[in-house]
Design a protein around this ligand. Structure first.
Ligand code: BEZ
Ligand code: FE
Length: 292
């Protein structure tokens, strides 16, 4: 087959990818070809515009290393991460809603005891976080792994300033107690712009968009027999709740970070500064029973 033109090339490529042995590869390859060809037909790029697109993707890849993942940012800012998340987590009665993982999670964070302060001495307003983990039917989940991570009061994560601070702070893994509860101290996070000094930042600028995310604390919660929960809790009243650069906000994930005057905190600790309190009760979906 040869002499393809605008009207025959798509079917020819689709026919060629039918040779894939794996049916899922076949299905995805065909959809990729169909949708990309439709995009090109709709947009009718000039050769210069197509070269620009290739250069944009090349720069996106070249910026990726073990600390920077520009392709995830691209997926996030185009709403694709949240679309994949929505398809895979339909929500449901009694199950905490999910949102994007983001690029600042660190595998196997430092294990800390309940009640510890994970701020590592970073400047900021003290924040007391308490909560619980249960199954959708309310059964408390003891021993669940609760991973938390968040930004500092200027909106930077520890991994963005490791040279200056020397180690992992404002992140930890806790284990829930017998009643499925957890609590710890840290500092109140701030809203922050996603990294926007690369091609994704250029894209946001030409699209007339800002790069900001509303202030939040990330949680990843795992318990045997339950689906892993990846979510964040957002600070009520944040000015970016309705324009999150990565489309991650859900009403059920917004909570007041309540301010208290100095005194005795809920864990009995005496504070000499005003502090904030966040409380959230998480509910995990049971994993579908596996057939023997
Ligand atoms: C984050 O919340 O850490 C995040 C999520 C998506 C893109 C950038 C940052
Ligand atoms: Fe974040």
């Amino acid at each position: 087959m040869r002499n393809f033109n605008e009207f025959t090339i798509t079917d020819a490529v689709i026919e060629r990818v039918q040779q894939a042995e794996n049916p899922r590869i076949r299905e995805i390859s065909e959809a990729v070809v169909r949708h990309l060809h439709a995009l090109v037909r709709e947009v009718r790029p000039t050769q210069e515009e197509w070269k620009f697109a290739i250069d944009f993707l090349t720069r996106t890849g070249q910026l990726c290393d073990d600390k920077r993942q520009e392709f995830i940012l691209l997926s996030d800012t185009l709403g694709i991460s949240m679309l994949v998340d929505a398809i895979n987590h339909a929500g449901g009665e009694g199950v905490t809603e999910t949102t994007v993982l983001g690029p600042f999670y660190v595998e196997s964070p430092p294990e800390r005891a309940l009640g510890e302060d994970i701020s590592g001495g970073m400047e900021g307003a003290p924040l007391y976080v308490s909560g619980s983990v249960s199954a959708a039917d309310g059964t408390p989940l003891a021993g669940a792994a609760v991973d938390v991570w968040h930004s500092d009061e200027e909106g930077y994560y520890d991994v963005q300033q490791l040279d200056a601070i020397g180690g992992l702070v404002m992140r930890a893994r806790f284990r829930t107690d017998e009643a499925g509860r957890f609590h710890f101290w840290t500092i109140k996070p701030a809203a922050y712009p996603i990294p926007h000094d690369g091609p994704v930042g250029d894209m946001l600028a030409v699209q007339g968009r800002h790069p900001w995310r509303p202030a939040h604390v990330h949680f990843m919660i795992a318990a045997p027999g339950h689906e892993r929960l990846v979510t964040h809790i957002f600070v009520a009243g944040d000015p970016y709740l309705d324009s999150d650069a990565v489309f991650g906000v859900k009403d059920s994930l917004i909570r007041e970070f309540v301010e208290y005057q100095p005194g005795r905190a809920p864990d009995g600790r005496q504070t000499d500064r005003p502090y904030f309190h966040l409380h959230y009760d998480f509910q995990l979906r049971r994993e579908p029973a596996r057939r023997a």
